[in-house]
Design a protein around this ligand. Structure first.
Ligand code: HEC
Ligand code: HEC
Length: 272
């Protein structure tokens, strides 16, 4: 006959063993743990997802970068969000909110000429007030600001780096202004990290690591780690190694730009 107390003991020791392994894993891989624990997508990345769900891109084009033809409009098509277009329509973050909530800024809605102009267009901006929460509006404004291309780093290396980042397509992977969040199947968090916020702080500890990401597409701290490297190799989108294709000055410029974004001063800046 089986001894029930021996069975209970076996079960307890199995559970204790499993717990021990879990604890050792937890302690041995702090960076993996930190990366796993909080999926911290930025407000702008959340805003992009909401914009997709709310149908904004049906009229404003993919990612708000190419509005659909709009017969009767003096602009010929629905305005996009990038290349400074936003500021032709909205003078402040408040007016961006009013576009989302009411279809246009309050001041314009009081102008008979504007209303007549809108009536003459095939496509009009809808009011989303009944479809969005306050959080949605904040996130959408963050996304619009990031997409605007109207938040400029200071002249010099950071500004040169921004131009180069556009040319090289850094933002198609890293999101508008490095806001992150585009899907990356097989990666630890499921998305491509941005250039600011907790993910960035975890993945880029110092200048040396920033340079290594851009030149080699990774840092030894992660690629030499068995658990982290499992996810790095498995993820379908990899960070390209640009080192062989860029001059030292270009890499320094990209670093200056990414560091400016990571500093998050632009958060307080008005669109200009
Ligand atoms: C049915 C088509 C349509 C949809 C859907 C739509 N828009 Fe618009 N949007 C327009 C049109 C047309 C204008 C131009 C209005 C004007 O001339 O004042 C506009 C203007 C804007 C503007 C100011 C001009 C600019 O630079 O684009 C913002 C900001 C904006 N929309 C944001 C959004 C957001 C955010 C959403 C989703 C929540 C959205 N729109 C959904 C048609 C649309
Ligand atoms: C094809 C998509 C792609 C392009 C283009 C791309 N990256 Fe990346 N990048 C990634 C992915 C994916 C990661 C995360 C890699 C990982 O975890 O192993 C990453 C990581 C990074 C990191 C470190 C992590 C973080 O939080 O951002 C930096 C910095 C970075 N990239 C900068 C750039 C710069 C600068 C450019 C343009 C010169 C660029 N990337 C272009 C996909 C891309």
């Amino acid at each position: 006959m089986r001894d029930p107390s021996a069975r209970a003991w076996r079960r307890t020791s199995f559970l204790l063993g499993a717990l021990l392994i879990a604890i050792v894993g937890w302690i041995a891989y702090p960076h993996v743990r930190n990366i796993i624990v909080p999926p911290e997508i930025t407000a702008a990345a959340r805003g992009r997802q909401r914009a997709e769900e709310l149908g904004c891109f049906t009229c404003h084009g993919p990612l708000g970068r190419a509005g659909v033809i709009n017969p009767g409009s003096k602009y010929e098509s629905v305005p996009p969000f990038h290349e400074g277009t936003l500021m032709m329509f909205a003078k402040s973050d408040q007016e961006l909110r009013e576009y989302i909530l009411h279809g246009a800024p309050a001041a314009k809605l009081q102008s008979e000429a504007y209303l007549k102009e809108m009536r003459g267009q095939a496509i009009r901006m809808p009011a989303f007030a009944d479809f969005v929460s306050e959080q949605d509006v904040d996130d959408l404004v963050a996304f619009l600001r990031a997409s605007s291309e109207m938040l400029f780093p200071p002249e010099g290396p950071a500004a040169d780096g921004e131009e180069l980042a556009h040319e090289l397509g850094c933002f198609t992977c890293h999101g508008a202004m490095g806001s992150g969040g585009h899907a990356n199947p097989g990666s630890l968090k499921g998305y491509i990290p941005g250039f600011y916020g907790p993910d960035f702080a975890e993945l880029v500890r110092d200048d040396e690591e920033l340079r290594a990401w851009i030149t080699n597409g990774g840092v030894p701290r992660l690629s030499d780690d068995p658990l982290a490297s499992f996810f790095l190799e498995r993820q379908r989108v990899q960070m390209p190694a640009y080192g062989g294709f860029l001059e030292d000055k270009q890499i320094a410029d990209l670093m200056a730009y990414v560091k400016w974004v990571a500093g998050e001063e632009w958060r307080e800046m008005p669109l200009q």
